[in-house]
Design a protein around this ligand. Structure first.
Ligand SMILES: C[S@@+](CC[C@H](N)C(=O)[O-])C[C@H]1O[C@@H](n2cnc3c(N)ncnc32)[C@H](O)[C@@H]1O
Length: 212
């Protein structure tokens, strides 16, 4: 496993260029148009990516939940959650990433996944509420200013007792991501309780919070 350590750090530092894409939907859509073809292959090169994401999902969702997956992309997180919960709704800005997820849904004949192609939060139907919300490597695409409001929107979308689980990288290593202090402040300001932030596998971060 030590072999992965320097590679992980190099990889995550190399993503700092995405700073300039934060909050810029058109740039993000063209970036993911190209990346959709090799996204699953590239993230799965690091076995810790799927393993730690799965840990976050296991800590967040429960059987019977209706779950939202923000920035679901090709659906790696969506499928993990769908094996546990009653229903998952994935939302993503990139039609190209979503197409990969839809192909998997029809190949695997999954019946409890719904997909919305559009921007979070605006593209979600009104009056919908969730037992749990997960998001993996998507909050990084909002600017630091936008994130404060995004966490408030997430809080409002959760039912009372609802759970939030985030999987991301450590902002102390790669500056486009949130630092531990930033995330705790943002989640507290949004109204969340029981906030836990854990650093895992050198560069990753698992965050849990609850709406009481
Ligand atoms: C790095 S990918 C992560 C995909 C998946 N969650 C995973 O971890 O494998 C980030 C995804 O977030 C999506 N995204 C970024 N901003 C978004 C927004 N405002 N609304 C919906 N999706 C967004 C992108 O289109 C992209 O598919």
């Amino acid at each position: 496993m030590n072999f992965f350590k320097p590679l992980r750090k190099l990889y995550i530092k190399s993503t700092d260029f995405t700073h300039s894409y934060q909050g810029k939907d058109k740039k993000l859509v063209s970036f993911y148009k190209a990346w959709s073809y090799c996204y699953d292959f590239s993230v799965n090169l690091d076995p810790a990516f799927g393993r730690e994401m799965k840990t976050m999902i296991g800590l967040t969702v429960k059987p019977g939940d209706t779950t939202l997956d923000i920035g679901c992309g090709t659906g790696i997180s969506t499928f993990y959650a769908s094996r546990i919960v009653a229903k998952v709704i994935g939302i993503d800005l990139s039609a190209d990433m979503v197409r990969k997820l839809e192909q998997k849904i029809s190949r695997r004949k999954s019946v409890n996944i719904e997909v919305i192609t559009g921007r979070f939060p605006e593209a979600l139907p009104h009056n919908i509420r969730f037992n749990s919300i997960i998001s993996s490597f998507a909050i990084v695409h909002f600017t630091p200013e936008q994130r404060k409001n995004i966490y408030k929107q997430i809080y409002n979308l959760l039912l009372s007792g609802g759970r939030l689980g985030l999987f991301s990288a450590q902002g102390e290593i790669a500056s486009s991501f949130e630092t531990k202090n930033e995330i705790v402040n943002n989640l507290e300001s949004a109204g969340f309780n029981k906030i836990e932030v854990d650093s895992v596998s050198d560069i990753y971060r698992i965050i849990k919070a609850e709406k009481q």
